[in-house]
Design a protein around this ligand. Sequence first.
Ligand SMILES: O=C(O)CCC(=O)C(=O)O
Ligand SMILES: [Fe+2]
Length: 365
Amino acid sequence: MPESAANFSSVPLLDYALLSTDRDEFILQLRHALINVGFLYLSNPPVSSEVIKSLIGYIPKLFALPQEEKDRIKMANSQHFLGYSRLGAEFTKGAVDYREQFDIATPHVCRWKPGEPDYYRLWGPSQWPEETSVPGFKATYEQYLAEVQSLSYEFSSLISEAFGLGPDGLSHFYDSDDLMQHRAKIVQYPIVEAGAGKDQGVGPHYDAGFLTFLLQASPHDGLQVQNLSGEWINAPPIPGTFVVNIGKALEFVTKGLARATSHRVLSPKGTTPRYSVPFFQNIGLGKRLTDVDLQFPPEILKLRDARGDVAPTDSVNFSEFDREPSGRVNLIGRVKSHPDVAERHYPELFKQYFPNGITGPVSVY
Ligand SMILES: O=C(O)CCC(=O)C(=O)O
Ligand SMILES: [Fe+2]
């Protein structure tokens, strides 16, 4: 495939500061990145660099906690699928992902009551390491999540504007702040010996939700993004930036204007692990992607048509993902990727999706 705007060879960098000096130019660049790439770097983001620096400082300390202490907050304890996962606990497309992680979400109480749908149980409090083991970590991380959450709403509004909808075009999909929870995780990708056959940090996948804000928290290459001709394009860490990408749900509601782009992480080489912190912006638990049929101006749709279709994918493997409430879609995704948690907290769903029990590798995406 010849090089074209749509067949990108690098991930574009947008400067958030441009918003206050030349808003139209920022929106133009954003529209291009959304339609043709589905990934972008954001420099000068409105998230405190002190908080980011402090968070980055905590990450190696978290993973260095005694195994026993990490296992005390293991995900299997939590009906909300929040907590620690050991190395090798997750798979993408049948192959093990060589990473270790803490899933920690924005603060939320569990709103489920008997008789309500199961998926209301998906959101609830996180599990935290002992304050005395990592003093100040919880406060720093909660501050970080709050700032990225605000950025995620601002960004959603900018996307809506870039697609000609006005700033509130996507707000239908969110509930009020007290009824929203967003999920983030702190990830360590250990180094692997060359040729050990374990270089899948995380296998090729699409993110499922609306927007992802990724902090690359160490100077390692490894993140790669797939262009239309299938080439893997490096997205190396750029200090002071976030990597922002689009999930399948936002691609669906924008009728393919915002591309969801396949990506993966190769395990780091060298002497130190790679660290990252992805933040996944959710939509309301009860919202369905088909609730609203957004109407985009024809001149914007033409830009999408000029790009061409994004190849069909099997990555969203729940066929009703557009018609069921987002909470249910998410819950089924979680059940499939963490059957040990499901077996304990959602025995009926577990039986439905794993009628023969856990017999082999499971797939995250
Ligand atoms: O760790 C990274 O850089 C990316 C992780 C990722 O794509 C994911 O967890 O969905
Ligand atoms: Fe991802």
